[in-house]
Design a protein around this ligand. Structure first.
Ligand SMILES: NC(=O)c1ccc[n+]([C@@H]2O[C@H](COP(=O)([O-])OP(=O)(O)OC[C@H]3O[C@@H](n4cnc5c(N)ncnc54)[C@H](O)[C@@H]3O)[C@@H](O)[C@H]2O)c1
Length: 441
């Protein structure tokens, strides 16, 4: 099929490459000149394992191209995917849907009456109905607009796009359903569950899924708060409850919580939208989910104060990891950066290490010492905080190597990802969120 993908960030660039890999002819439209130039040169403008190679492959095959704007070629497309951002509005919990409005207005002059527009961005329920009207006014006919929420995870984005655990489409008409069945045919042929719903359900599926995941993480983090004051162990607790299939053991590791460009803004936008619909009470609990999450970030500073004293000025703290999760360079609402900022406020010198995203750290947080060399980063540190569980921090000889250069062998495991015994054997005092590891050592 001939398709366009509008907005080439973490979601859109991955989706465009995945569609080209499936054999479609793809035109990617990106408003940011730097990102566009990178993509045109075969460079993915962010870190996503495997995506660079896949991009080069589809460029070489000739079935993908990138442009700043639509032109007559867009009119040949049978399907247009909307992948622009829907960030949190400043000063509000609500989502900013203005980029979607601009995107459909720019598309309208090039939209064929029989072509289908499929939104993939995460939106407040009801957005598609508004966009249908905007598009109809601009195009002069009733468009085929569908919603097709995206569930990819940064770090495994391409794999998730090509082998998703389900595809959900919300449609109003047969034309949209057939176009989406056709574009995903190769994936559906593998037996991938395919759910066809009305549009509000499809819009809600994504925010409901993210709210559930956020709640699960905050639930175990709330248990961690209880464990810390009662001498219990939240890691053992998670394992024990996780054996119950109804609960499951995934997304149940306590730590400094969730972040990134999706979960925090999605639960807030959901609260704002529910309020507008007069059913705010239904998702009031998400405010607690958000609060628990933010409290766990502050817990790290409490522990540093407990261990190093109330005044941290003059102390040097190494934060391991900056991205919101491993295998990503995404710093949006990153718990690691939030923790580093909280430590900085106390007057300590904050050194940040991350395998991939230090350029972003330098650009966005000039207050931190961003050091690429791990041994240099650790030199003279009074404490080390594991904030993002990159594999390189968990494996190898890190406890012994860092132990040689730090001023004080104190490590706070903010992700419950370190091998406790290994660190203790190397002479470290290890404090893990939600557990009293010294008692178990
Ligand atoms: N990042 C993820 O893992 C993920 C997963 C699922 C869903 N989502 C949702 O997908 C949407 C996009 O997220 P993202 O992380 O890719 O955001 P992003 O900010 O990385 O990408 C959005 C891109 O759209 C471009 N853009 C904005 N307006 C445009 C226009 N009119 N024409 C062309 N390009 C335009 C921006 O320049 C930017 O590159 C959001 O709604 C998000 O919630 C993201």
């Amino acid at each position: 099929m001939k398709i366009t993908v509008i907005g080439l960030g973490y979601l859109g660039a991955t989706h465009a490459v995945a569609m080209a890999e499936l054999g479609h002819d793809v035109i990617g439209i990106e408003a940011n000149p730097q990102k566009l130039a990178d993509l045109q040169n075969g460079i993915v403008p962010f870190y996503e394992p495997g995506l660079d190679e896949a991009l080069k492959n589809v460029i070489a095959k000739g079935n993908i191209k990138f442009k700043a704007d639509h032109d007559e070629e867009s009119r040949q497309a049978d399907l247009h995917f909307l992948c622009v951002g829907t960030p949190q509005l400043p000063g509000s919990y609500a989502a900013n849907t203005e980029y979607l409005h601009s995107a459909v207005k720019a598309l309208a002059p090039y939209l064929r009456q029989d072509a289908v527009v499929a939104g993939k961005s995460t939106v407040p329920v009801g957005t598609s109905a508004i966009l249908t009207q905007v598009l109809a006014d601009a195009a002069g006919f009733a468009p085929h607009l569908a919603w097709n929420p995206e569930f990819l995870r940064e770090g495994t984005a391409l794999e998730d796009s090509l082998r998703p655990d389900r595809i959900v489409i919300g449609v109003n008409d047969e034309v949209s359903e057939q176009a989406l069945r056709k574009v995903y045919k190769k994936i559906l042929d593998h037996g991938t569950p395919f759910l066809v719903t009305d549009i509000p359900t499809a819009e809600l599926v994504k925010v409901a899924a993210n709210s559930f995941l956020a709640t699960k993480i905050s639930f175990i983090n709330a248990m961690a708060e209880i464990a810390e004051v009662s001498g219990a162990d939240a890691v053992a607790l998670a394992e024990a409850i996780g054996y119950d299939e109804r609960i499951g053991n995934k997304f149940l590791r306590n730590g400094i919580g969730f972040g990134g460009g999706c979960l925090p803004k999605d639960i807030r936008a959901f609260m704002a939208r529910a309020q507008e619909l007069g059913v705010g009470k239904a998702v009031d609990f998400l405010a607690d989910v958000d609060d628990v999450n933010l409290r766990r970030r502050a817990r790290v500073v409490d522990l540093l104060n407990r261990e190093l004293g109330a005044d941290l000025s003059g102390k040097r703290v190494l934060v391991l990891g900056a991205a919101f999760k491993p295998d990503s360079d995404d710093l949006r609402d990153s718990p690691a950066i939030a923790v580093a900022k909280l430590i900085k406020v106390t007057g300590a010198t904050v050194v940040v290490h991350d395998p991939i995203s230090l350029d972003h750290v330098r650009a966005q947080n000039p207050d931190f010492v961003a050091e690429q060399d791990l041994a240099l980063a650790a030199t003279g540190a009074d404490a080390v905080v594991l904030a993002t569980e990159w594999a390189q921090y968990r494996e190898g000889h890190i406890p012994a190597d860092l132990g040689k250069v730090v001023a004080n062998k104190l490590v706070i495991d903010g992700r419950n990802a370190l091998k406790v015994e290994k660190w203790q054997q190397a002479g470290w005092r290890l404090i893990a969120l939600g557990r009293n590891v010294e008692a178990t050592a």
